[in-house]
Ligand binder design. Sequence first.
Ligand code: IPE
Ligand code: IPE
Ligand code: MG
Length: 235
Amino acid sequence: MAEIDNKIKVDERLRHIAFIMDGNGRWAQKRMMPRTYGHKVGAENFRRVVEYCNEIGIKIVTVYAFSTENWGRPRGEVEAIMDLLSGYLDKCEREMEEHKIKYNFLGDMSVLTDELREKIERVEKLSSGYDINLNIALNYGSRAEIAHAFSVLAKKGLKEISEDDISGALYTSHCPDPDIIVRTGGDIRLSNFLLWQAQYSEFYFTDVLWPDLSSENIDEIVREFYRRKRKYGKV
Ligand code: IPE
Ligand code: IPE
Ligand code: MG
């Protein structure tokens, strides 16, 4: 990592950062606003965070946008999140050449509306030539992902399964494991996110609520990452 005039630039040690974007609802409630307003402001911040991560040289960003368990929320909240996503996808398509981001959605898209799924497929296809990666975990659950990977391998007729076979059948097969997983919102748990891929990830938990996560906070996360000594079981 280099830091010149307070501007951070990462090196190949920090290729992949993942965010559990938590705390939107509480952010809104603190302001006497409906939870859906928190999702709207959270979605705006998500775009800023991704842009900033790319600016400082992080090539792969993964975000947890909607879990397999989040369907259990009130219908109005789920619909508001899906509407935000739909608007976001329109923007991605309009601004594709400006951002040069390759989008990949992680999760089972088959349960989404046809309209949403088609938008996702279009954005993934149109952006497939770019090399800055943004993975958006949507209707994502790590256990569901692992179970799905085993089904894929079973269908191939494999009798013995290696770690690489499993990694290769996950939704994240196109990228290395996250170097660091960040969770905003104060809770210290993974909530079914990247259980397999987190094998040697660093973890960073902060009380900052997702809509408030700033570029200064990200700089601090990066500095903390570079203070850690990653040992992978060795001495
Ligand atoms: C995270 O924020 C966004 C989603 C899970 C979709 P929350 O909506 O979980 O916000 P809190 O945790 O209730 O504050
Ligand atoms: C995790 O947040 C899921 C996302 C950020 C999309 P939750 O708010 O759903 O997690 P729990 O319920 O606090 O574990
Ligand atoms: Mg939450």
